[in-house]
Write a new protein. Structure first.
Length: 215
């Protein structure tokens, strides 16, 4: 368990916290999170990122209905029919599925959302997200360091037009992630991941980099 200061403890325990209390999150903390976000790298330092801090339950609910529809039609069946990812047990995967379902039902009840957007024009290309996801990850780490919980969510993009209309985004602005934020109901713990030996190669792709062999 981290004391909230050791960087590597924070990184290893920044996992998705999908069960959140309704207690309000002070604006001063949201500001700290946003400041961590805008400390991130971004292409050419053009800072085309824009962030919405959403507390309006009606607006969150208008997005949640699409988020839930995407779960019912795509994500739920996919979870039910897929094997656990590397480093995750069968039971752990079932717990994750239950938590994903919980967040789906309660998405709009998180006391505050940060919606990460880019002023990226009408047809953003594949690299556009590289100028917003570093900020998103900085915010997730800051959220964790402050003892708050969140989850990087993008499922609303399966109904991009509908959800971005519900968010009230103007033309030429797109959303890249929604972070539902609140005080977590559960405890922080280590993330579940596979071993480096399976995914880190040296000079030849596919051949394990020796320092991580067996790790
Ligand atoms: C691009 C991306 C999109 C994601 N979208 C969602 C989402 O819409 N809903 C959700 O519950 N989790 C979402 N997640 C969270 C992942 O499911 C989660 O990070 C992964 O299962 C690992 O679990 P952990 O964060 O607890 O370590 C997303 C993560 C990423 C990186």
């Amino acid at each position: 368990m981290t004391d909230g200061t050791d960087f590597f403890d924070i990184v290893r325990t920044t996992r998705s916290m999908r069960r959140l209390k309704p207690d309000p999150v002070p604006d001063a903390l949201i500001r700290q999170i946003l400041e961590a976000g805008v400390s991130a790298a971004n292409g050419g330092n053009t800072q085309k990122w824009r962030f919405m801090v959403i507390k309006d339950t009606a607006k969150k609910k208008a997005v949640q209905v699409w988020y839930k529809k995407a779960f019912d039609e795509v994500v739920g069946p996919r979870y039910a029919n897929s094997a656990p990812p590397p480093g995750v047990t069968g039971d752990g995967y079932k717990r994750q599925h239950t938590a994903v379902e919980y967040l789906t039902e309660h998405y709009h009840e998180a006391p505050v959302w940060i919606v990460a957007c880019l002023e990226d024009g009408p047809n953003p290309n594949r690299s556009a997200g590289a100028s917003i996801y570093p900020a998103v990850q900085n915010m997730l780490l800051a959220i964790r360091a402050l003892g708050l919980g969140s989850t990087l969510t993008t499922r609303h993009l399966q109904f991009e037009k509908e959800t971005e209309a519900a968010l009230g985004l103007p033309p030429g602005v797109h959303s890249y992630a929604i972070l539902p934020i609140g005080y977590p109901m559960g405890k922080f713990g280590p993330v579940g991941r596979g071993t480096l030996a399976d995914i880190v190669f040296g000079d030849t792709y596919g051949e394990t980099w020796p320092p991580v062999a067996g790790a």
